[in-house]
Ligand binder design. Structure first.
Ligand SMILES: [Zn+2]
Length: 263
């Protein structure tokens, strides 16, 4: 059990990575088949946890995450929450939970001296539309470039380069660094030289991103200890039971990989 109240009190840096649209079965199969060796070296024993997301597409999932709600275990009993908004007086919170007295986690961390930085990926982080500014507006700083987005074959490299640069610029000060990895979001058929997006091409996208995710975590944690959260915001259906896409209640969409660790 990680004591997030202590993490925040100590000013430990926090890395929060969402692998956009990454299905649990894609992540688990890629790990088992040795296609994500860098992640294999970082994930806790047992690999990815199977969890259920609070949102079925990018916007509600991230609104929930940034409000303090992370994916839940698919079982009746849940571990204590990592963080949550100050509850009403009648509710008590376990001592290891970071309680923020603000409308969202990012403002709450700001009250404890953190700078919050977003390295965006998919267009909900691009500021290209009014809706694409809602999530970036929650951070102190946000970065997005067309080459961070999924049509770009080497998007994760560019995102990680920027994330590492941000960390360098904030060295010695508490940082919440959020990265939305877009490679696993459609389109990803191009990782198999195809125009069709499938679970297999998502696996190829994750295999591509693995090197850079490894570079990100090892680059950050070579100097300091970080709290690291890796998860998907939601999954994606590729024709299972006739369903396609996201924003729907289907196990391919609601079941997501999750990992929480101190590195
Ligand atoms: Zn998404």
């Amino acid at each position: 059990m990680i004591d997030a109240a202590e993490v925040v009190a100590s000013g430990m840096n926090i890395l929060f990575v969402t692998l956009d649209s990454l299905r649990y079965d894609t992540a688990e199969t890629a790990l088992r088949d040795g296609r994500t060796p860098r992640l294999a070296g970082l994930l806790p024993a047992g690999g990815w946890e199977r969890r259920t997301t609070p949102g079925t597409f990018t916007l509600p999932a991230h609104m929930a995450f940034f409000s303090g709600f992370l994916p839940k275990r698919p079982q009746p009993n849940q571990p204590p929450r990592l963080w949550e908004c100050r509850p009403p007086a009648f509710k008590t919170v376990t001592s290891g939970t970071f309680v923020f007295d603000a409308p969202n986690l990012l403002q709450g961390l700001g009250q404890h001296g953190y700078t919050t930085v977003c390295v965006g990926g998919v267009t909900y982080f691009s500021r290209e539309t009014p809706l694409g500014s809602v999530l970036p507006d929650m951070f102190d700083q946000d970065y997005w470039e067309p080459r961070f987005c999924s049509p770009e074959l080497d998007s994760t490299r560019h995102q990680v380069d920027r994330a590492l640069q941000v960390a360098d610029e904030h060295e010695g000060r508490p940082l919440l660094l959020f990265v939305n990895v877009s490679a696993t979001h459609v389109p990803h058929g191009h990782y198999l030289g195809d125009s069709h997006d499938t679970a297999l091409s998502q696996q190829a996208a994750l295999a591509y991103a693995d090197e850079h995710l490894g570079r990100l975590v090892t680059g950050l944690t070579s100097r300091d200890r970080w709290l690291v959260i890796l998860c998907a915001d939601h999954g994606d259906a590729y024709g299972e039971d006739g369903y396609h896409g996201r924003g729907i209640i289907h196990p391919t969409v609601t079941t997501v990989p999750f990992a929480l660790m101190l590195c």
